[in-house]
Design a protein around this ligand. Structure first.
Ligand code: URA
Length: 248
């Protein structure tokens, strides 16, 4: 690939910025000054900018704290997409791993690694996903049992057994203006499921008579939402987070 494309893809600057770096002699290839932006390089070449090695990364992995109001798609004619929030880097082939509804917040993995995405989403892999949920009404033991046992939500198969952790308002360290904070006639829970059916959490909770008022994904497999990320913020996964996901 062209040297300017390589540097831009590795987030060293925009295409026009990296052209300037090359022309001003700041870029070396295999120890020699780069001949120009069009010089061809491969992943094996040793590329340096200002004396620092620029290694080629084929795949990139971002953790996004998805806000409400954006859609989990690569393109949409009417609504902002999650990809429009990723403003560093120039990789053109990014996509979200699975979908969160427009009004759901929280953990969304964005990558260009199709194999990892398939491994996390394939129905047979049963990767656990955990959600924080605020629902209407007071959740009773019988509701929790139905969620935990597997239930009929109108599909041809029952849901697989879920894990439920009831959360009480006192133990939640949320301020009263947090969207997760339960009102007097509402309940909060952590729900873990290992399928990814359409609107699954909302349909399960509606099925036990407790419509969802607020939904946030906390984890997917080994990956847990970094609570330091505010809504709409993102960061690269660490090498340890990537390795743990790949192990799954
Ligand atoms: N289940 C839902 O109902 N909505 C989501 O966004 C994710 C899981």
């Amino acid at each position: 690939m062209r040297l300017d494309k390589y540097l831009a893809q590795m987030s060293m600057g925009t295409r026009s910025e990296v052209k300037k770096f090359i022309k001003s002699g700041r870029v070396f290839v295999n120890g020699a000054p780069a001949s120009g932006p069009e010089q061809k390089v491969t992943e094996e070449d040793d590329v340096e900018l200002d004396g620092e090695k620029v290694s080629y990364e084929r795949y990139v992995y971002y953790m996004l704290n998805k806000p409400q109001g954006v859609v989990s798609a690569t393109k949409d004619n009417t609504c902002r997409t999650v990809l429009s929030l990723i403003t560093d880097g120039t990789k053109k082939d990014l996509f979200p791993v699975g979908r969160l509804d427009k009004d759901t917040e929280g953990l969304l993995l964005i990558t260009n690694d199709g194999v990892l995405s398939h491994d996390l989403l394939a129905p047979g892999k049963h990767v656990w996903k955990t959600y924080f949920v605020r629902v209407q009404g007071i959740l009773e033991d019988k509701d929790i049992e139905r969620l935990e046992n597997g239930m009929d939500i109108g599909d041809d198969r029952m849901t697989l057994p879920a894990k439920v952790k009831r959360l009480d308002a006192v133990s939640l360290s949320l301020s009263a203006d947090d969207p997760g904070y339960p009102g007097d006639t509402e309940s909060c829970l952590e729900l873990s499921i290992r399928e990814g059916r359409f609107h699954q959490v909302k349909r399960m909770l509606a099925g036990v008579g407790h419509p969802v008022l607020y939904l946030k994904r906390l984890s997917m497999g080994s990956l847990r939402l970094d609570e330091a990320l505010k809504q709409g913020e993102y960061r690269r996964l660490t090498p340890e987070e990537i390795a743990a996901l790949q192990k799954k």
